[in-house]
Design a protein around this ligand. Structure first.
Ligand code: 0X9
Ligand code: ZN
Length: 522
């Protein structure tokens, strides 16, 4: 790793002050036209990276002294917002379209109160400064035993949506809260929402970092605070800063236990760095909330919202490799991107986290690496839309898009995993639980070599057929003929007489039918 040694005049000012005078802090774009120049910026000690375009530029929040030094070593830069901490730029979330903490808290409790059959509010703890609670909403159609509210129904697939690992990303609080409201408002009239509420369990944590997020809003937003309230010198003063990019706090998206600190590349051991990974793996109360939840709840997929940059990022972050489930991640990212394209007329960049820059101890690597959960990071918005703090007018369109992103993703998760849960004994009449539904699983393995297993569920004993067709629609193999038993059915078929290629298998049972693709590859 290349690291420049930066010389600073330590001001020991509180970050709430504007750093006015001779070392004014700006939001700037620093150009890095090759991989080496890019890496030397992204991993540089004390440099606060806001967003990136690999091999092209790095957006930073930096004092003028840092920008001057970069210019002196050959980098060019332009201001995206000169003096970005200026109090004049602070709208104050409480008076604008963004929620402040009190508004978030009251909206969450109103949502649970007004939708008491499907929406449950949990307080999962707080951060070091105890400025606010880490709330989760749990959305499903049965009443949990109160003291076991975080325990899940093993017969339903669970999904998790998290916002605001990073304090200065308030849009992520808006979009996660918005989806909770969307589910409540559209239940039971929207059939996809009805299925999600009745047959799945959705956990939504709008603000994982309430301390940082509240601090970011003190005297109005735009403090550009990233980390939590870890009080390094234990003097009772949180959020102390020694010049921009050298402040207290732990980067929550570097503190998870999976490959924490791997190779000392992609997170920082230095307490004052913007990507400080914390004193030990999983040291922070906020990451412990997620770790505790992931250990108790059988999540199958998760979204972590960040801003800004227009990315969909999948494992890995800690090494320069895709994961074993890359094909599934690619499919899930494409499902999300289809919705984004419909709204923006362009895709987000979907790739491995490492292709953006290496991270270790991040949420996505932990969820997937430790628990096999299909988790991605979605970085919302661009610098053109205001970076971390888009105008109020951009909140509505963003939430409209992400409501549909979350809905479509949850529906995809159901298609992927739902029938497996139905298969694991979630029979009609079980409580809590859902009635058996008609569902066709993805065959396995896929691609198949010779033999493939086909699983599906039917709501009652019924006549039908499961057959494989080639892409011209010609039936090439009858896998099974009914009557099929109520509940889960599984058949194995020998496909060794079929040439390599893409096929479609189709299940017809009574008036229901469904089809999926299978690839034969040998
Ligand atoms: O650095 C992060 O934690 C995320 N970006 S942010 O600007 N919101 O801080 C990105 C994490 C995605 N993972 C990797 N790039 N490996
Ligand atoms: Zn972030």
């Amino acid at each position: 790793m290349k690291r420049a040694i930066l010389v600073f005049t330590f001001t020991f000012a509180a970050c709430g002050s504007a750093f006015a005078g001779d070392d004014v802090v700006s939001w700037a774009r620093v150009y890095a036209d090759d991989g080496e120049a890019y890496a030397s910026l992204v991993y540089r000690e004390g440099l606060d990276v806001a967003s990136v375009s690999p091999g092209e530029y790095v957006d930073v929040i930096a004092p003028q002294s840092t920008l001057d030094e970069l210019a002196g070593t050959g980098y060019s830069y332009e201001y995206l917002q000169f003096d970005c901490l200026s109090p004049e730029l602070r709208g104050g979330r409480g008076y604008s379209g963004y929620h402040n903490y009190d508004e978030l808290e009251s909206d969450l409790s109103n949502l649970a109160d007004n939708n008491e059959d499907i929406c449950w509010l949990m307080n999962l703890g707080d951060g070091h400064a105890d400025m606010g609670n880490i709330y989760a909403l749990k959305i499903h159609d049965y009443e949990p035993v109160p003291e076991e509210v975080v325990l899940n129904d093993p017969n339903k697939p669970d999904i998790l949506i998290v916002g605001c690992h990073h304090a200065r990303e308030p849009m992520t609080v808006e979009v996660t809260l918005s989806f909770a409201e969307f589910l409540c408002q559209n239940y039971p009239s929207n059939s996809t929402v009805k299925n999600i509420v009745e047959n799945m369990e959705t956990f939504i944590i709008p603000c994982l970092n309430p301390d940082g997020w509240i601090y970011d809003d003190v005297e109005g937003s735009r403090h550009y605070w990233r980390k939590n309230a870890y009080d390094y010198d234990d003097d009772g003063n949180y959020f102390e800063d020694q010049g921009w990019g050298y402040g207290e706090g732990v980067d929550l998206n570097r503190n998870y236990t999976y490959q924490w600190g791997y190779d000392d590349y992609g997170s920082s051991p230095v307490w004052s760095d913007p990507t400080y990974r914390g004193p030990s793996a999983g040291s922070e109360p906020e990451t412990q909330v997620i770790i505790g939840l992931a250990e108790r709840v059988d999540f199958v997929s998760a979204l972590s919202f960040h801003s800004y940059g227009e990315w969909i990022l999948r494992p890995w972050g800690y090494i320069d490799q895709y994961s074993d489930d890359n094909a599934k991640f690619v499919e899930m990212s494409a499902v999300i991107n289809n919705v984004i394209y419909d709204h923006l007329g362009r895709n987000y960049t979907a790739c491995g986290g490492w292709e953006m820059y290496n991270t270790n101890g991040d949420f996505v690597d932990y969820m997937y690496g430790e628990h096999d959960i299909l988790a991605v990071t979605i970085e919302l918005n661009s610098s053109g839309q205001g970076g971390f703090y888009p105008d109020d007018s951009w909140i509505g369109p963003t939430c409209d898009m992400t409501d549909e992103v979350c809905l479509t993703w949850a529906d995809w998760v159901w298609d992927e995993f739902g029938s497996v849960y139905v298969a694991s004994g979630n029979g009609a009449g079980d409580e809590p639980g859902a009635a058996v539904v008609f569902a066709l699983e993805q065959s396995r393995p896929n691609p198949a070599r010779d033999v493939a297993v086909f699983g599906f569920s039917v709501p009652e004993t019924i006549d039908g057929e499961l057959a494989v067709y080639d892409i011209t629609g010609r039936k090439v193999e009858t896998v099974a003929e009914g009557p099929f038993d109520e509940g889960y059915n599984e058949y194995t078929a020998d496909l060794s007489n079929l040439p390599s290629g893409v096929y479609v298998y189709r299940l017809v049972a009574g008036s229901d039918s469904a089809a999926k693709k299978i690839v034969v590859n040998r």
